[in-house]
Design a protein around this ligand. Structure first.
Ligand code: ADP
Ligand code: MG
Ligand code: MG
Length: 254
């Protein structure tokens, strides 16, 4: 098993407001999981806690990633070990070129895996191969990290970074909002291209729309800090048809 989340409970660090209330999730290598649920359910919090963002405190439960205690690792270590979070609102880093930023990140990942460092020339070649694989243009590399990127460009960059870092588990928090159909397709093409027998994805999404392009193996409904229902792709279709009302009614007092 690649990811084993057991009884995860987490709160907002600043206010001690409990958001995750005993969440269980298991992901095997090569699986695509969709996490759906109404606004405020805790979907983004789950992504943030797995990535190790500081605003949240884990109060209970465990997370094993590739046989190791994930919660024990700093965010940088998690990334090096193969956990990738495509940020919902990525940070801008003025003055730092995307290329240098990614070369550093790729070399940190390679060091973790015992692979030799890539110098500038090797990295250029490596990056070009990924750009070709994704059928993308190379222009994003020369810009500052995320500065002035449009919504679509940020998505393109997320997918490109994912390809460069060759993660074991990609967590994507997609609000879908503000994403036009081209950007959705771009994300979906990226996922479908980068999917392997070992690489897994957790795709957080409020709407079913993205799943028209990415077929998940498992669909989960997150509500009130827990996964309250799991199923196959048919669950996404059912939610598209009926919305979350029935599930909310059933689990309101839980
Ligand atoms: P979702 O992504 O499912 O819409 P979130 O994980 O963003 O839900 O939020 C779940 C709940 O936790 C919401 O009520 C939200 O207001 C609250 N919350 C999340 N993050 C914070 C934070 N940093 N500070 C205060 N409240 C937060
Ligand atoms: Mg606290
Ligand atoms: Mg969210």
């Amino acid at each position: 098993m690649l990811l084993d989340v057991k009884n995860l409970q987490a709160e907002v660090e600043e206010t001690n407001k409990q958001i995750l209330k005993g969440l269980n999730l298991q992901v095997n290598p090569g699986e695509v999981h969709a996490i759906m649920g109404p606004n405020g359910a805790g979907k983004s919090t789950l992504a943030s806690v797995l990535a190790g963002r500081e605003d949240y405190a884990v109060t209970e439960g465990s997370v094993q990633f590739d046989g190791e205690d994930l919660l024990d690792m700093d965010p940088e270590v998690r990334a090096r070990k193969g956990l990738f979070l495509a940020f919902q609102y990525p940070v801008e880093i003025p003055g730092v070129s995307n290329k240098l930023f990614m070369q550093t990140a790729v070399n940190a990942m390679r060091a973790e895996r015992g692979l030799p460092e890539l110098d500038m020339f090797d990295f250029d070649e490596y990056a070009k191969a990924k750009i070709d694989l994704l059928e993308m243009r190379a222009d994003l590399l020369e810009r500052s990290v995320n500065v002035g990127f449009s919504g679509g460009e940020k998505k393109r960059n997320d997918i490109f970074q994912m390809a460069l870092l060759e993660p074991k588990l990609c967590i994507m928090d997609e609000t879908d909002s503000g994403l036009d159909i081209d950007a959705l397709r771009l994300v979906a093409n990226g996922v479908n291209t980068l999917k392997t027998a070992e690489r897994s994805f957790i795709i957080v999404t409020h709407y079913q729309r993205l799943l028209d392009y990415i077929k998940p193996d498992h669909v989960h409904v997150l509500y009130n800090g827990r996964i309250v229902k799991s199923g196959g792709f048919e669950l996404a279709l059912e939610l598209e048809e009926n919305g979350y009302d029935e599930i909310i009614k059933q689990h309101q007092d839980a």
